[in-house]
Write a protein that binds this ligand. Structure first.
Ligand SMILES: [Zn+2]
Length: 411
């Protein structure tokens, strides 16, 4: 079994504990064997050694809300612009770029099918471990229905990498959830309220009835997994939580009532602040229509406040970026934005440990601990004093290890 020894590292282990100043991490095969507070004893001759030189070693980052198939900023048009093969090829590029940014695990929040996950798992393409939802479920006129109000055609179906399925009523919704589960998804995604990047709904609405939502949750749980919901408004959050939805995505319009519901249910809030920041800066120049930029700005205004309320109420706060198209290279910005409420360490914990719990993978991922998979990044600098360091990933992330394999080493 191969041995990798990382010496002289400031170790931030992802649990929120104080850093270890000058520690060693020993990796055997694909897992972490042990963490030593100082220098290692005898290092086996055949071991690969990396002298971290005081740089900061962290668990590989996890982004719990991405759309790898969102290859363009204007996701409502991309299926009209590109052949399916082009969408797939550009999606592969997005996947690899996420690993380059130090994200060793991604949860795709709708659109990508299980084939992308398997391509990474089989080593056909370099990329983060993927967890996918396949096609997100949307009601007619909901967040996943990208028809303009003027269009009379049937809903779009099976768009490569960014698939949605429009379904209404308990029976259709149940069948759609079962269909996605049949196709090997890791969890089921449902649109529980209006969204920014859809043409015919507003963000302060709710979508789907409690009966429909309960049918989705029932089918997901019957298959041994869970359901996630896209939500902004308090009403949509409360509908979803009371129906058993486990992860609440975005939540920008959350109030105390909604936060209490999340807390009491032991559910997760997955704020996605970076995408609002970036679309409000770049969206217009990247071709996003005015109506959608308007909604983005409405959501952006309330985003930090929602995280503050959820934090104060004691909700479990996970982390996603939800970035689109060329903006997907700004994943590291999510930590900076979250740190404004949670502090740098809180932002790191959300992006590592809490995200691993959300994935139900806390035994394998999310912290630097003996027995866990060796997903590690080495950062040139101290993220506790400079949380922006993750955004300069090309120069500042010196080493990326995934499952004990060195993907990048520029030391
Ligand atoms: Zn999303």
């Amino acid at each position: 079994m191969s041995t990798l020894v990382l010496t002289r590292a400031q170790i931030i282990d992802g649990t929120g504990a104080d850093p270890i100043a000058n520690g060693t991490v020993v990796v055997e095969g694909d897992r972490i064997k042990e963490i030593l507070p100082g220098a290692p004893g005898r290092i086996p001759a055949e071991a690969v050694t990396i002298d971290c030189g005081g740089r900061t070693l962290l668990p590989g980052l996890i982004d719990a809300h991405v759309h790898v198939g969102a290859v363009d900023a204007n996701i409502m048009e991309q299926q009209r612009m590109y052949h399916p093969s082009m969408l797939v090829i550009r999606t592969l590029k997005v996947i690899q770029e996420a690993l380059d940014q130090g994200f060793t695990t991604l949860r795709d929040a709708g659109g990508a099918d299980a084939g992308f996950r398997e391509a990474v798992r089989q080593g056909l393409i370099p990329g983060p471990r993927l967890f996918v939802a396949g096609a997100g479920l949307s009601q007619t006129g909901g967040h996943g229905d990208i028809r303009l109000p003027t269009e009379r055609r049937a809903p779009y179906a099976d768009v490569s990498g960014l698939a949605m399925t429009v379904c209404d009523g308990v029976e259709e919704v149940r069948r759609a959830a079962r269909e996605q589960l049949r196709r090997g998804v890791d969890y089921v995604k449902v649109m529980g309220g209006g969204g920014c990047m859809s043409p015919s709904d507003e963000i302060d609405t709710s979508q789907y009835s409690p009966e429909e939502l309960r049918a989705v949750v029932f089918e997901a749980e019957a298959a041994g997994t869970y359901a996630a919901a896209h939500v902004y408004s308090s009403r949509s959050i409360c509908n979803c939580v009371s129906s058993g939805i486990r992860t609440l995505e975005h939540g920008n319009l959350l109030d105390e009532k909604a936060a209490r519901a999340i807390k009491d249910a032991g559910a997760f809030l997955v704020p996605t602040l970076a995408t609002y920041e970036m679309i409000s800066r770049m969206g217009k120049s990247l071709g996003i229509p005015d109506n959608n930029v308007r909604k983005i700005n409405e959501a952006k205004e309330r985003g930090l406040e929602a995280v503050a309320i959820a934090h104060r109420m004691g909700c479990k706060i996970a982390s996603g970026s939800d970035l689109l198209g060329p903006m997907q290279v700004f994943k590291g910005m999510e930590l900076e934005l979250k740190s404004r409420i949670l502090g740098p360490m809180g932002a790191i914990v959300a992006t590592t440990k809490t995200n691993a719990e959300l994935l139900k993978k806390e035994r394998d991922l999310g912290t630097i601990a003996g027995g866990k998979l060796a997903d590690l990044i080495l950062v040139d600098g101290d993220p506790l004093t400079d949380i922006k360091v993750f955004q300069q990933y090309r120069e500042k992330i010196s080493v990326i290890v995934q499952g004990g394999r060195i993907y990048k080493n520029i030391l």
